[in-house]
Design a protein around this ligand. Sequence first.
Ligand code: GFB
Length: 327
Amino acid sequence: MDDAGMPKPEMEKHSRIFVAGHRGLVGSAICRHLLRLGYTNLIARTRGELDLTNQSAVDAFFAAEKPEYVFLAAAKVGGILANSNYPVEFLRDNLTIEINVIEAAYRNGVKKLECLGSSCIYPKLAPQPIKEEYLLTGPLEPTNEWYAIAKIAGIKLAQAYWRQYGFRAISLMPTNVYGPGDNFDLQSSHVLPALIRKAHEARLKHSREMVVWGSGEPRREFLYVDDMAEAAVFLMLHYDSADIINVGVGEDHSIRELAELVCRVVGYQGRLVFDASKPDGMPRKLLDIARLRNIGWRPRINLEEGIARAYQWFLEPEQGAPRSMAI
Ligand code: GFB
């Protein structure tokens, strides 16, 4: 029962579940996990079939399909360079998707919605590890403030619908996620897939050195995508609060340490060169995951194993390819 004495909705194996963004890194992993757990009624649309930035298309889709549960994993995402180069898309598209999906979900009687945010919503110089309550306590990191503002607006929108209409919309703040299905394009990717690709190509070309952006000093926390998907489903089932909740692993690494680990996994033995003309971004972004641990969830895959799996997928994306999953 909730505070108003209403029974809490239970996601059943036959519930109609819409995964928005089912071809993305996180959305595809959520679908795989739901199918593995025996959920039979997944709904998905490609971008060509449903443009989530088109309000009337989103309204019509919800009215026709009547999903009961929604994972909002669709977003314009990218690494530090893409965030700086495409501020309009990162702000406008993410805001529009959130507004369209949350409103249509509420209007069409969705029982519960889960929004996926990002650890970059927190202030640039937040104390570490970052607790949920540090949101909006200081200035944002300039390289990703567009994306961060859109994600903060998404959190506030979800909280506003819960407060004003009692609409159950929960918000997760994942740390940097990586794994099979990731974007390995060197201009737009996040650091981990970029380093896998760079190390792989440097090994094949027998390069003496490999370039790593920035100083190598910033610290980041990395969550394997299957762990992220497990947490997303676990929280849909067990977390029932408008307060945001961090999803991470509880430890971080410097970019230099990460690059060394990637080179070890990939088998590249050359020298690392740091390109100071590229931005460092936030000095540190380690999430406090006490809230998540207290409700009983822990990640399973350690970083080295996760990198090995991501590298394997990079080499052979067709093996168990998450993107080609038929639903
Ligand atoms: O993963 P990343 O692009 O984004 O970069 P953020 C993390 C750190 O790795 C930065 C360094 O200090 C980069 O300079 N880095 C080193 C590299 N070599 C490379 C490389 O080859 N490619 C990339 N991309 N980085 C993002 C935000 O921030 O985190 C997003 O911009 C989102 O909005 C995401 O929140 C989770 O971790 O700095």
